[in-house]
Design a protein around this ligand. Structure first.
Ligand code: ZN
Ligand code: ZN
Length: 349
């Protein structure tokens, strides 16, 4: 099948994605080829789009992003998959040999870091076809649609974070951030038994899906100077758990202030700078627990497929836009606009 071409959205420079025709990659040992059915557009793609390059070292010819994807197997290449199987890829690359991988913590693999994802360090799936490791592919049940499968990646992040937070019946929970992950955390914590779920937001731009779904009991406006006082009053002394889904000093501070003494803050947002200031005295003197959370375990990736399949959550309700590859550039422009209500776009190449 060598020499065949495919349509792909190639990152050609800062803030520039171009639709071109590039060769379908060669299928090497341990890899399979799929025809891409859907690929979610992620907030982390925006950072690469702005920079005009991926995270990989060295030259990355025809660099194509896209790490939230599913498709139909076109070349099983001796794997357990059959031609025509629907599969979703776990974008998290791992060695499978180090102590973390052997302990079932592949997302913390010693040989990779948190950014070692398909579509970051190697070509992703904003294209008609994708070739990648068979061990990263999982069979999709018929009850999980292509578009829903395009949301498994942000859902697995939300699922892992909620499990880490160890939510108890009737807990009061705060989500700081209005993106897709924060929105889905609201639904998952409510379904885990939280009694009161609130979101802190700077504006209402992306809230219509969350409001329609109805899992948040309250929204706090971070522009109001007395927001922390309002939160304390509404919760009778502070939240049990706060999720930081932005990755900025101000929003982390909100979380540390908003939890009750001994409360937990789950850190999901990444920062473009390595360090940000932290109110250390509040954290130490009130025994606030800070818990980092990234990706999910390999088992939790399978769990994420089944929580959609069994109807615990329908991620399609949060999709605002289904677009062809040709609209990707325009979609990135909309995502960075301060007035566009876009929450989650899924590409159908
Ligand atoms: Zn993503
Ligand atoms: Zn490893």
């Amino acid at each position: 099948m060598q020499g065949q071409m495919m349509k792909a959205a190639v990152l050609t420079g800062p803030q520039c994605v171009e639709i071109t025709s590039i060769p379908i990659p060669e299928v090497r040992e341990g890899e399979i080829e799929i025809r891409v059915s859907a690929c979610g557009v992620c907030g982390s793609d925006i950072h690469m789009w702005k920079a005009g390059k991926g995270w990989g070292k060295g030259d990355m010819p025809n660099f194509t992003m896209g790490h939230e994807f599913c498709g139909v197997v076109t070349n099983p290449n001796g794997s357990d998959f059959k031609r025509g199987d629907r599969v979703v890829f776990w974008a998290n690359l791992y060695c499978g040999e180090c102590d973390m991988c052997r302990a079932g913590l592949e997302h913390l693999c010693r040989r990779v870091d948190g950014t070692n994802y398909i579509g970051f360090v190697c070509n992703g799936a904003y294209a008609e076809n994708f070739v990648g490791k068979a061990k990263n592919a999982y069979l999709l049940p018929d009850s999980v649609s292509d578009v829903a499968a395009g949301l498994i990646d942000p859902l697995m992040v939300a699922y892992h974070a909620v499990r880490k937070a160890n939510i108890k019946l009737n807990d009061k929970v705060l989500v700081v951030g209005t993106g897709i992950i924060g929105t889905m955390i609201g639904e998952l914590v409510k379904k885990s038994g939280a009694g009161y779920v609130a979101m802190s937001k700077r504006n209402d731009r992306k809230l219509s899906q969350a409001k329609k779904a109805g899992y948040f009991d309250a929204y706090f406006d971070s522009n109001q100077l007395d927001m922390h006082k309002q939160m304390k009053k509404a919760t009778g002394g502070g939240f049990d758990v706060a999720f930081e889904v932005v990755g900025a000093a101000e929003t982390l501070d909100t979380c540390i202030q908003a939890v009750k003494p001994g409360g937990r803050v789950v850190l999901i947002g990444n920062s473009m700078t390595e360090t940000i200031p932290v109110n250390i005295n509040r954290a130490v003197l009130q025994e606030v627990q800070l818990l980092g959370s990234v990706s999910c375990t390999r088992q939790e990736f399978s769990d994420t497929i089944s929580i959609i399949a069994n109807g615990l959550i329908n991620p399609e309700q949060y999709v605002t836009d289904i677009i062809p590859l040709e609209k990707l550039q325009e979609t990135f422009e909309r995502l960075i606009s301060t007035s566009d209500p876009i929450l989650k776009a899924v590409v159908k190449p």
